[in-house]
Design a binder for this molecule. Structure first.
Ligand code: ADP
Ligand code: MG
Length: 276
């Protein structure tokens, strides 16, 4: 496997790092084609090693314009190498930091694409579980760039404690049912999307506190506001959309399909037909 990998790819500089991995530029020697190669330490997947192959097989079947494509997996020397589509536009996170906030139309367009990807994943029985602007990548450095979800599915392999610990850097996106350890399903992604939409519209997060314990309390209570003056000019349509996602009760929270047909999305981007 190692031999095969080395013959096929040349590893180059680092593109980024994540909670469990390092991502490097990889060149396919035969074609000169560029890929992103995600290198994961197997020791970080303790007890769930058997799941990796199964999960990767599922992820390999995933094919959507707004999801970073996973092509292949190699495994040697205690590490897993995932060969992925290369995207070069950076993280949505940096775009937000650079621009502050986005007009409603642009927000709706971004959010719709993320929703289409989430809807596709959920239809295929996959929950992302770690949606946040750092995991939303832009396909290229231009204003026509596509938004691409990265870093999905595999999160369930990593142990929960590890995830919670690392989530502490950005716990603001975690759904209340995760913090309550109630066991959770695909609704968590819609909560995270609610947080992302809120941030895109106003430039700061709905739930914030210096102390994580306080932050967790606010999230579990679903306590947030549309603060004056930042939200004064934002439409009721947009606020209503956020309100339907940041709902503590998972039975009342919008699904991806419901969100896609909300007036905020339809008004700015038109109707979408999704399979039931
Ligand atoms: P983790 O699962 O460990 O959090 P990510 O998949 O989020 O890892 O990747 C970490 C970082 O590496 C990303 O935030 C991004 O900067 C970079 N990266 C990830 N995937 C790609 C890709 N397909 N193309 C280019 N850069 C990528
Ligand atoms: Mg990540």
């Amino acid at each position: 496997m190692q031999q095969e990998f080395i013959e096929r790819y040349e590893l180059q500089h680092q593109l980024g790092t994540g909670a469990f991995s390092e991502v490097k530029l990889g060149i396919e020697k035969k074609t000169g084609k560029q890929f992103a190669i995600k290198i994961i330490d197997r020791s970080k997947c303790k007890g769930k090693e058997d799941m990796i192959e199964t999960e990767v097989k599922i992820l390999q079947r995933i094919d959507h314009p707004n999801i970073v494509k996973l092509y292949e997996m190699y495994e040697f020397d205690g590490k897993i190498y995932l060969i992925m589509e290369l995207v070069t536009g950076g993280e949505l996170f940096d775009l937000i930091v650079g621009r502050g906030c986005f007009p409603e139309k642009e927000t709706a367009e971004f959010v719709k694409k993320i929703l289409l990807a989430i809807n596709y994943l959920h239809d295929n029985g996959i929950v992302h579980r770690d949606l946040k602007p750092e995991n939303l990548l832009l396909s290229e450095k231009s204003n026509r760039a596509e938004i691409k979800i990265s870093d999905f599915g595999l999160s369930k392999i990593f142990n929960e404690v590890e995830v919670m610990k690392t989530a502490c850097g950005t716990p603001g996106y975690v759904a209340p049912e995760v913090l309550k350890r109630q066991g959770y399903g695909n609704q968590v992604d819609l909560w995270s999307l609610g947080v992302i939409t809120y941030i895109l519209l106003c430039g700061y997060p709905p739930f914030f506190d210096q102390k994580n314990a306080e932050l967790f309390k606010k999230i579990m209570a679903g306590k947030y506001q549309f603060d004056h003056p930042w939200w004064d000019h934002i439409s009721e349509r947009a606020k209503d959309f956020v309100r339907r996602l940041l709902v503590v009760d998972i039975k009342k929270r919008y699904t991806a399909k419901e969100a896609l047909s909300h007036p905020f999305i339809v008004f700015h981007c038109g109707e979408t037909i999704t399979t039931p």
